[in-house]
Design a protein around this ligand. Sequence first.
Ligand SMILES: [Zn+2]
Length: 172
Amino acid sequence: MNRRHNKELCDKYPFLKKYDWLGNFIGYDSTWEDSLPEGWKKVMCPQIWEDLKNILVKANFLDRFRFHKLQQKHGLIYFGYTGIGEGANAKRLLGWDNKYSEMSSYSCVDCGEEVDYWDLDWEEFVCEKCAKERSKQHPDSIFIKKSDLVNYQNASYIEKKKYYIMFNQKGE
Ligand SMILES: [Zn+2]
């Protein structure tokens, strides 16, 4: 993404600007949107920023709100931020957090389609098509069906083996 695009994005959504640890604006080489995996970008943007902006404008916190983290954690989107105060404002923002956290739980990080598998090494949810694509790049990749995930977590080491799915088994 180029700087002009990033500036336009930040003019519209000022909370996407990045700052260094001293609080100095670092310029338009990157924005917080770059922290989202491609698949999530596809299904969430720009609605995620539009929703956030509405909350912040209503609360009169648009100038004060800043991200300090926006990442993927255990397969879900995770936000760290400051400048929203407490009470009703914080509560509204929590609703926003939850909405997009839920969306991240069923959207493939690579393409945005509905997820089928958990990539054990990368700790990410992916769809079947992308799981197979990843297997081509990394033949040792191990996946677990999303519906088996709870059972997998509770299984013993030996039992765990039966939940493994590898798409590039020899002879295929
Ligand atoms: Zn996918």
